[in-house]
Write a protein that binds this ligand. Structure first.
Ligand SMILES: Cc1cc2nc3c(=O)[nH]c(=O)nc-3n(C[C@H](O)[C@H](O)[C@H](O)COP(=O)(O)OP(=O)(O)OC[C@H]3O[C@@H](n4cnc5c(N)ncnc54)[C@H](O)[C@@H]3O)c2cc1C
Length: 511
């Protein structure tokens, strides 16, 4: 029996002895055996308050030592996120999430909210010795309003959503990697194949279903809890657990897309090509590209990769020619394909089960900034090798356009600005097998970003925006949305979570 807290005060079904008798009569002996088994794990895990969950949600709690626990932990994409919680909850309905949140809020136990498990910041979606709410069973996808809207359970991945829309010739402003979770991606902004034309993914949400800290399940949209609707578009896990998202769909045929790999001798041409495509006069809203300067930590040391997408079925789109014309090419997978196939290809190229440090910054394009940063990057990449063998990629892409004035988000871009035309988002992601090297690689990354920010400052092109989904733990993306938005987030948190459960007990970027 768990004695961490007085269960009478938390069990939604009252007296636990009566509950036990009721359960004996009502459920099969096998299910009761499972509950008893969970209790023995409760004892083994030092009677954490969180273990009361096994009473309230029988069969939906896992503890260390069982296969479901191991599967859940090992399914986090990166090693640094695989800490060991006391137990996990696998809700199969928003009602289950509500029961769990009420108990966890009362118990004071730390907990985490996990969907696709792709966060790179340690502790963002896992909770060492706490409780994880593993939402992956909430993955129902439904078309609504004759296909104009798709609703997705918060445990779905983008491949599930694209897959459900594909045969109807529809798409959604989703991730470029099929395995990335709908939830974390959308709540942090979300950059898609379609972003240059349609903005951040969060701006295509028409409704969130969310469980608040008091366990209430509420609908959030432009007409219901409107202030929270704005805050959820960039405010990540600070207000509750989202259990369902509804997104606008759009008609979408094939895209022309893929990746071209170049030897490092092509770096100067890639730098020039990226700088050219970022001239406002060359902006093409159908073109989405990422230019990556990749360090392999072995010979050959560096490679260039251009991930190119054109959201119309136009082979050899003119605006992508600065990249497609670069020679020599080591490989080229450009072809006409559907969003789901391209997203699956992107995920097949992403390697899980490694440690990884991510960090990001934003700046305006200048004639020299890209080549300057590539040169700083080459030195940093080599110094990382002295710590451990790494593969690392410095990637440049565009900031998506801001939302319309009538449907704001909290990301900080004015509806009258056009960052998609001249601002650059840079991501540095470093991958390595030696988990013990994490702190050293993180420190080198921090030093590198100080040099990058210094270079951007010297050129007068620095922009104070930090994309949350790419940010390192030591970065401050919510604060960097600007003081007005930051204070707004704080006020909304106070209103919907007055005791600060999601500020104090849940990991991730806090207000
Ligand atoms: C291989 C790879 C490819 C990527 N590709 C892209 C890309 O194309 N574009 C892009 O913009 N980003 C991309 N990202 C970054 C990605 O958007 C973030 O890592 C994002 O946080 C992942 O969401 P998730 O649900 O998978 O992660 P999780 O680790 O499950 O969650 C991330 C954060 O969101 C919170 N959260 C999750 N679910 C909920 C919920 N239901 N309610 C409240 N809070 C919740 C968690 O608590 C956590 O803090 C990529 C990342 C990887 C590793």
């Amino acid at each position: 029996m768990c004695v961490g807290i007085d269960r009478r005060s938390v069990s939604p079904w009252g007296n636990p002895r009566k509950l036990r008798r009721g359960l004996r009569g009502a459920i099969s002996g096998f299910l009761f055996f499972l509950i008893e088994k969970s209790e023995s794990f409760c004892v083994a895990s030092q009677r954490k308050p969180a273990c009361t969950l096994s009473k309230a949600l029988p069969g939906k709690i896992f503890f260390g030592g069982n296969a479901q626990y191991d599967e859940s932990i090992s399914s986090y994409f990166y090693i640094q996120e695989r800490s060991r919680p006391a137990c996990g909850v696998v809700p199969t309905s928003s009602g289950d999430v509500s029961v769990a949140i009420k108990l966890l809020a009362k118990s004071g136990s730390p907990f985490s909210v996990r969907s696709g498990g792709h966060a790179s910041q340690p502790g963002a979606s896992n909770s060492k010795n706490g409780v994880i709410i593993d939402l992956r069973s909430l993955k129902e996808i439904k078309l609504q309003k004759n296909g104009a809207v798709v609703s997705a359970g918060s445990g779905a991945a983008w491949g599930d959503v694209y897959g459900a829309l594909d045969s109807r010739g529809l798409a959604v402003l989703g991730g470029r990697d099929a395995h990335v979770g709908v939830s974390g991606f959308t709540l942090g902004g979300g950059i898609s194949f379609f972003s240059p034309q349609r903005g951040f993914a969060c701006d295509s949400v028409t409704n969130f279903e969310i469980v608040l800290a008091n366990g209430k399940i509420v609908e959030v949209s432009a007409i219901s809890n409107q202030d929270l609707f704005v805050a959820l578009k960039g405010g990540t896990n600070n207000f509750g657990v989202v259990t369902r998202f509804s997104f606008k769909t759009f008609t979408q045929g094939q895209l022309w897309g893929g990746a071209i790999v170049y030897p490092d001798s092509a770096f100067p041409k890639m730098e020039a090509a990226f700088t050219q495509t970022k001239q406002p006069k060359n902006f093409d809203l159908y073109q989405a590209l990422e230019a990556s300067f990749v360090y392999l930590g072995q010979s050959p040391s560096f490679l260039g990769v251009a991930s190119l997408f054109y959201s119309k079925p136009v082979v050899n789109a003119t605006s992508l020619k600065p990249f497609t014309s670069i020679q020599p090419q080591l490989s080229n997978s450009m072809r006409l394909s559907s969003p789901v196939q391209l997203a699956r290809e992107v995920s097949s190229l992403s390697t899980p089960n490694l440690s990884s440090v991510w960090a990001t910054t934003t700046f305006e394009i200048s004639p020299t900034i890209i080549s300057r940063l590539v040169s700083i990057w080459k030195k940093t990449a080599r110094s990382m090798t002295q710590v451990t063998t790494t593969t690392a990629s410095m990637t440049f892409q565009s900031i998506p356009p801001p939302p319309q004035i009538t449907s704001p988000n909290v990301l900080g871009y004015s509806p009258f600005s056009s960052p998609q035309k001249d601002q650059v988002l840079m991501l540095l992601s470093t991958f390595f097998e030696d988990a013990a090297a994490y702190e050293d690689i993180d420190a080198l990354t921090k030093t590198f970003f100080a040099a990058v920010d210094n270079a951007a400052n010297e050129e007068g092109v620095d922009v104070k925006y930090t994309y949350l989904n790419y940010a390192a733990k030591w970065q401050t993306p919510l604060k960097d949305y600007g003081t007005v938005n930051w204070l707004y987030l704080a006020a909304i948190s106070k209103k919907y979570d007055p005791t600060g459960v999601f500020q104090k007990k849940v990991g991730g970027f806090k207000i």
